[in-house]
Design a protein around this ligand. Structure first.
Ligand SMILES: *[C@@H]1O[C@H](CO)[C@@H](O)[C@H](O)[C@H]1NC(C)=O
Ligand SMILES: *[C@@H]1O[C@H](CO)[C@@H](O)[C@H](O)[C@H]1NC(C)=O
Ligand SMILES: *[C@@H]1O[C@H](CO)[C@@H](O)[C@H](O)[C@H]1NC(C)=O
Ligand SMILES: *[C@@H]1O[C@H](CO)[C@@H](O)[C@H](O)[C@H]1NC(C)=O
Ligand SMILES: *[C@@H]1O[C@H](CO)[C@@H](O)[C@H](O)[C@H]1NC(C)=O
Ligand SMILES: CC(=O)N[C@H]1CO[C@H](CO)[C@@H](O)[C@@H]1O
Ligand SMILES: [Zn+2]
Length: 495
């Protein structure tokens, strides 16, 4: 007995000294996966949840909640005299909006629950705008109020328009309303679930009618009354401020690995203003933190792995587009694959794996799919949208994929709401998806031979120009907002 103990003790001491001397195992997807567990994933989300609670309920762009989130990530992914990772920030400026007050008063003088949207345009203060409510015909197929001809025969001048949400972007509806002289828009939600916030995007400042978002039941009740020829008068007040604020992306990459063949992973570090964003996108952030921690135990990383924690995703993919726009063609060539992890722990998860038209997408996507299917998950290939940080990489023709477990009812009823907290996460989904992400990153870090080079002919000059035009518009808005001239915007810019 005594003998056994002393042998064990010696072995333990040997192991500890090996560990202290920086012994590292050779990287393999299996071993990296085995180094990931729920405990660490939970700790990070607990910390981000707490930061949200201590920072007006959110971790949004331009707020202290974002700065604290960034500090937290740095505290987890850096070490003194870091031999394994190089970590840096990339700064950018963007227009910040805060709705200080929003209120809707209904036709019977009642206060109605109303939600603001990011970059909401202000009404005159202190009274807001009051006027007759004009119903814009509901069309759930092409969207309500999305096209000017859908407003034909309506006189919204000096009035408020009642418009159903859905199908086209909300800013399209608000732009038409403003051009037709509407004082404001009462937008009603298009499902029975709690209305959630969206962004109108900074380039639209000064171009849109002010908006208040109300529930489907209220919208339908008012529509029914208007249909009986009742005249409804409502008041909308939006008190919003704009100013330029500085934000940043955080990057961390392995020191080991070929700098000419880089595998990138990205998750956004900001939340919406409405909530702490624990699934959206604390889930991707905690996954990346744990993969970075796990990678510290390995050597033999053939291709560099670069992690991005994007800033200002929610106001319009600002941080990731800033990064991809600032890459030279040769820097872009070196990024061989991009994985986007935005919402990977939805409480009722789907297992959507992005894969687009680029044949290179499937190479990385297949790694995710095969693992999840082997773990009994109903994973499937889905196409990219325009809603997350992969956009800038697709524009550059860089093969890309990622996991998305779904937003909205039923996948995540707390999407963009205050209840997107630590209490509404599927830990099982988060763990299995993080393991899938770790394995896929390791596989490509070991060999990227099967991935074709980025497709430079797929770069769509029109969308490239669109992004550039968006930056130009953002720049103009930022400068004018800085000078306090938001009112001048509508005269200087054409729609
Ligand atoms: C952001 O704005 C500040 C203040 O105008 C300026 O000093 C800084 O250079 C800007 N940063 C970037 C990255 O443009
Ligand atoms: C918001 O505006 C409404 C309507 O003017 C007003 O009654 C309310 O007190 C305001 N709330 C805040 C927090 O300023
Ligand atoms: C629309 O309504 C406004 C306000 O009631 C009125 O001044 C204007 O003449 C109307 N326009 C048309 C074309 O009927
Ligand atoms: C509402 O007014 C229109 C036009 O004046 C009329 O055709 C319709 O019958 C009225 N509807 C009701 C429910 O009174
Ligand atoms: C690159 O993209 C273009 C446009 O989408 C497509 O026609 C072409 O087949 C692609 N080339 C490769 C090698 O994937
Ligand atoms: C939609 C949903 O599941 N919401 C839950 C989020 O977490 C809180 C706190 O545990 C629950 O009360 C909600 O029901
Ligand atoms: Zn997100």
């Amino acid at each position: 007995m005594k003998h056994t103990i002393s042998v064990l003790t010696v072995l333990l001491c040997v192991w500890e000294s090996i560990a202290a001397s920086g012994y590292k195992a050779k990287l393999s997807p299996e071993k990296l996966e085995a180094a990931i567990g729920q405990k660490g994933l939970k700790q990070n989300l607990q910390a981000l949840d707490k930061i949200g609670k201590q920072s007006n309920g959110n971790r949004a762009f331009g707020t202290t909640g974002y700065a604290k989130s960034s500090d937290y990530v740095l505290s987890q992914i850096t070490s003194k005299h870091d031999k394994d990772f190089e970590t840096w920030k990339q700064y950018f400026n963007h227009t910040y909006e805060e709705t200080r007050n929003i209120s809707v008063t209904g036709p019977d003088g009642e206060a109605v629950d109303a939600l603001t949207l990011m970059y909401n345009n202000a009404t005159p203060l202190p009274d807001g705008v009051t006027g007759e409510l004009v119903a814009v015909p509901v069309d759930d197929t092409v969207g309500s109020g999305c096209f000017e001809d859908q407003w034909a025969g309506l006189n919204v001048t000096g009035k408020l328009a009642l418009v159903k949400r859905g199908t086209c972007s909300i800013s399209d509806k608000l732009k038409i309303a403003k051009n037709l002289g509407a004082l404001g828009v009462i937008l009603f939600h298009n499902t029975n679930s709690t209305p959630n916030a969206a962004t109108l995007s900074a380039e639209n400042i000064g171009l849109l009618a002010p908006v208040g978002l109300v529930s489907l039941s209220i919208g339908e009740a008012w529509l029914a009354r208007i249909a009986t020829n009742e005249t409804l008068t409502v008041t909308l007040l939006v008190d919003s401020i704009f100013e330029p604020r500085t934000s940043w992306n955080v990057f961390s990459e392995t020191r080991e690995g070929d700098p000419n063949n880089v595998i990138m992973l990205g998750a956004h570090l900001d939340s919406v203003q409405a909530g702490p964003g624990i699934n959206d996108d604390g889930s991707g952030v905690t996954a990346q933190i744990e993969i970075i921690k796990a990678l510290r135990n390995f050597r033999g990383i053939k291709n560099k792995i670069r992690f991005a924690f994007w800033g200002a995703e929610e106001p319009g993919l600002v941080g990731s587009l800033f990064y991809t726009q600032s890459l030279t063609p040769s820097e872009a060539d070196k990024i061989r694959f991009y994985y986007n992890y935005d919402m990977i722990g939805s409480p009722v998860p789907v297992y959507g794996i992005y894969a687009g038209d680029n044949p290179g997408d499937k190479v990385g996507a297949q790694l995710l799919l095969d693992y999840l299917v082997a773990k009994g998950k109903p994973a499937y290939f889905g196409s990219f949208g325009t809603g997350s940080d992969y956009v800038g990489f697709l524009e550059l023709g860089i093969p890309s994929s990622g996991i998305h477990t779904g937003g909205g009812v039923p996948a995540d009823p707390c999407y963009h709401l205050a209840c997107d907290t630590y209490d509404n996460i599927s830990w099982e989904a988060l763990e299995v998806n993080t393991k899938a992400a770790a394995r896929a990153a390791a596989a490509l870090a070991l060999s990227v031979e099967d991935v074709p080079p980025r497709n430079t002919t797929s770069v769509n000059p029109r969308s490239d120009n669109r992004i550039r035009a968006q930056f130009t518009a953002w720049e103009e808005v930022k400068l004018e907002v800085a000078g306090g001239h938001t009112c001048a915007l509508k005269t200087k810019r054409t729609v």
